[in-house]
Design a protein around this ligand. Structure first.
Ligand SMILES: [Zn+2]
Length: 136
């Protein structure tokens, strides 16, 4: 909570939303600025531009190479894990039971390597969607 005095009016703020043009605290995040009349979206555009956007479709496309979707999203360790689990160990000839790793990640047991591969594409897509949702 934050109390701000504007002229002779005391506004008690439930959030710290401010006008992107003049900096006046907005009593309602969806209302236009009472001071300069700027629409609130003008302020939000500046904040969005400062944060990297993540494209769910691109994340899923990159995940065709196991782990690349997660690395794109900044989840480097998770991406590396998928890369090693789906590709590296099998490529090197290890007889790894991927259904165990799949079970740890919530993939239905018995799905095996193909299930884990499909899961990491699905997870990259939905993780990107979740990150995008934080912008709204
Ligand atoms: Zn303003």
């Amino acid at each position: 909570m934050e109390a701000i005095t504007i002229g002779n009016k005391l506004l008690v703020m439930a959030s710290t939303t401010i006008c992107g043009r003049c900096g006046t605290p907005l009593p309602n995040p969806s209302s236009t600025c009472p001071n300069c009349g700027a629409r609130p979206s003008q302020g939000y555009q500046g904040r969005r531009a400062a944060r990297p956007r993540k494209n769910p479709a691109l994340a899923a496309a990159l995940a065709i190479v196991p782990g690349m979707g997660h690395i794109y999203l900044g989840h480097n360790l998770k991406g590396l894990f998928f890369l090693l689990s789906c590709g590296g160990l099998e490529f090197l000839g290890f007889d790894l039971d991927l259904s165990v790793i799949g079970g740890l990640l919530g993939v239905p047991l018995g799905a095996g390597g193909l299930g884990l591969y499909a899961f990491q594409i699905w997870d990259a897509y939905h993780e990107a969607k979740r990150i995008e949702a934080e912008f709204v």
